[in-house]
Ligand binder design. Structure first.
Ligand code: SF4
Length: 686
């Protein structure tokens, strides 16, 4: 085959969902990966991780054949021996059936997440779950907190077009670090700065790479964003920046909000956030004085017990100033709810029974260790089939997750690309294709283009796609559904047709289908998502989540976080690393080299108080466990805050226990979600 360039889309858990141009060197080999220029959001740019994807797809450690564990759990490849595909699938089906016969179908917990964001390959496991009446999965780990907070106010999960960043005069990046996690935001910010002289403000507990580029950085304490947002709105009302006629037309209780905010002064917020009250006023004046203010809302600041309240408070800002009326004005959290897709065939929604137990994926540790708050009166989980996620690395309360996977009465099958730490705990491991080796359908959070992709190269060795494996298991389990009889491409095509969209070949050939809404709709000028079309300053939290009783009626600081105490005087943020994406890319040596080693960023004054110098070993501990890393003095955070970047494998830490031993599986209010950045810890020189 001559060398050519083939269109694809990035499947990783990143809102950019880049349109890609993949250099194909042969039927089973790729070269360089570039961003496509045909997609106006990708705009020819791609992150370093995916630019060198050849190093991942052709990695010598890719799994090439099904494996049966014959040694101890957690050892790795040497504890497994090869097994034929048919034998492996027969064995998995047999064990799932035995478990269901013994305990009932809810004892089986199919578990998945966002290792690929392709809808067919990611979500087909739901079809198997629903047909077999296995325990449902409440998929809270990333979006449980943020979705709840956004939907409470706006009523629908969409907002500005990502490309509209270029029309803005002020961009506020609140609680995200796109220079590390979503480079395209920075591409469009750079254009806005160059063409319009736009300003960039970053709200983040530490000086990230994005904050380094900002005109203003509000470096607040973790979990206090609601207080900052409330004080900013106090100033907006007080100093004449509130658009009262806009609020009259588009919002629910503006007068009640103004009254409520009258005591949420910058001084009040300064005591909670640790910010200078004058900086809060300067930011409020800049925001209120700029019509074209684009609020780009990230996920990071929502990973807190009060994260939904914080998200809601922040999302109120453009509803107070009426920024939504102007080009480049308003907010974007995610456009994930924009796409008019009928997902019934992919997910088997015609077979969904809501009376079946719904287990919170973030609470896998408590679930596997028998916590009755999760299991209810139902059976223990005794069998799991896992695709697209690595809970041994990414789940909170890691020591419980580890104890759970160590149970001898738990059967686990993992379908993966690499021998992850979760795969190493499994009884059977199956080799999975990458996105370049199968067909799929992608939506995006950061832009509005639906994408359909075909495989670019042949699957590595014996690797099979998620869809193929789900269908093969379904046949052995006696699960009947039309989706198990179709190819991935046929499912994509049928889904698009059922959704009234162009067919798969058309969308593929034109490298995407733009679902962008007109100006009025994406700016909510013909109404927000609630029945009366009004933005909610005063949400009906009971409609958002079960644990709504403590939610603040109006935007506020919700004091439910894991506050620092004398015993645990530091607040820990476990932020993303630039060269990893959750636990993906931790297997590639370039990414590992660039990140160095797990490191705690600690304020220099805290370092000297603790007797630490750069490179010293420091023990971080709380009730969940104890983790050892190296220390680095860093003045880009407040005293009493510590940041450890990256979901490193546990094995990369001194002592082999990773950062999620410290994070909690307490469900955030009101609808669940893991509070990864809401952790009080103690630090000691190790
Ligand atoms: S990880 Fe994000 S920025 Fe990188 S290629 Fe994928 S979608 Fe684009």
């Amino acid at each position: 085959m001559p060398r050519d360039t083939v269109y694809s889309a990035c499947p990783h858990d990143c809102a950019s969902t880049c349109a890609l141009q993949v250099e194909r060197l042969g039927p089973d080999r790729i070269g360089r990966v570039r961003g496509s220029r045909r997609n106006g959001y990708t705009a020819g740019v791609v992150c370093e991780k995916v630019a060198r994807y050849a190093g991942r797809v052709h990695h010598p450690d890719r799994l090439t054949e099904p494996l049966l564990r014959v040694g101890d759990k957690g050892v790795g490849r040497s504890a497994f021996k090869p097994i034929a595909w048919d034998d492996a699938l027969d064995l998995i089906a047999e064990r799932l059936m035995q478990a269901a016969e013994r305990h009932g179908s809810e004892t089986v917990f199919p578990y998945f997440y966002a290792g690929t964001m392709g809808l067919v390959q990611r979500d087909g496991i739901e079809r198997l779950r629903h047909v077999m009446r296995y325990s449902r999965q409440n998929s809270t780990i990333c979006i449980g907190l943020s979705d709840a907070g956004w939907l409470a106010g706006a009523g629908v999960k969409r907002g500005l077009d990502g490309r509209e960043l270029e029309d803005a005069d002020l961009i506020v990046m609140w609680g995200g670090n796109p220079a590390t996690t979503q480079v395209h935001v920075m591409t469009h910010v750079a254009r806005a700065r160059k063409d319009r002289g736009a300003k960039l403000v970053v709200v983040d507990p530490y000086r990230t790479q994005t904050a380094e580029q900002a005109d203003m950085h509000l470096m607040l304490r973790p979990g206090t964003d609601g207080a900052l947002a409330a004080a900013v709105m106090h100033v907006l009302f007080r100093d004449g920046f509130a658009d009262r006629s806009y609020m009259e037309k588009y919002t629910d209780v503006p007068e009640e909000l103004e009254q409520h905010l009258s005591i949420r002064t910058p001084q009040w917020a300064a005591a909670i956030t640790g910010l200078d009250p004058q900086q809060i006023v300067r930011f409020a004046h800049l925001y209120g004085g700029t019509k074209r203010s684009y609020l780009r809302i990230g996920y990071g600041f929502t990973r807190s017990r009060n994260g939904s309240a914080n998200m809601h408070a922040v999302s109120c800002l453009p509803a107070v100033t009426g920024a939504w009326k102007y080009p480049g004005g308003g907010a974007l959290y995610s456009n994930g709810g924009l796409y008019p897709l009928d997902r019934s065939l992919i997910e088997g929604l015609d077979r969904l029974d809501r009376s079946i137990r719904n287990l919170d994926q973030s609470r896998l540790g408590p679930i596997l260790t028998g916590d009755r708050r999760d299991l209810g009166d139902g059976p223990p989980v005794t069998a799991m089939f896992i695709q697209n996620t690595n809970p041994m690395a990414v789940c909170p309360e890691h020591l419980k997750v580890r104890a759970g996977f160590s149970r001898e009465d738990l059967f686990v099958a993992v379908h993966e690309q690499f021998m992850t730490e979760t795969a190493a705990m499994a009884d059977i491991v199956l080799p999975a294709t990458t996105f370049l080796e199968h067909d799929d359908l992608y939506t995006a959070g950061g832009h509005t283009v639906l994408q359909v992709t075909r495989k670019v190269i042949e699957p590595l060795a014996e690797a099979r796609s998620n869809h193929e494996v789900i269908c093969a298991l379904a046949h052995r389990l006696g699960a009947e559904h039309p989706g198990f009889e179709m190819t991935a491409w046929e499912i994509v095509d049928a889904t698009l047709k059922a959704s009234g969209l162009p067919d798969a070949a058309t969308i593929h050939d034109q490298e995407g289908y733009d679902c962008v809404l007109d100006f009025e709709s994406r700016h909510f000028l013909n109404g927000f998502g609630h029945n009366d079309g009004r933005f909610r300053f005063k949400p009906d939290w009971s409609a958002v989540g079960q644990e709504h009783r403590l939610m603040p009626a109006l935007p506020d600081h919700m004091a439910v976080i894991d506050e620092a105490t004398a015993e645990h005087p530091f607040r820990l943020v476990t932020a993303p690393a630039r060269s990893f994406l959750n636990s993906s890319f931790t297997e590639t040596s370039v990414s590992r080299q660039r990140e160095g080693r797990p490191t705690a960023l600690i304020h220099p004054e805290d370092c000297s108080r603790l007797g630490l110098v750069d490179g010293d070993r420091v023990r971080i501990s709380n009730r969940g466990g104890s983790v050892e890393v190296h220390a680095r003095a860093f003045d880009g955070l407040q005293r009493g805050v510590v940041v450890v970047e990256g979901v490193w494998p546990n094995a990369a830490f001194i002592g082999g226990i990773g950062i999620n031993a410290l994070t909690s599986a307490d469900p955030g209010y009101p609808a669940g979600g893991a509070p990864f950045h809401d952790t009080a810890v103690a630090l000691h020189r190790a």
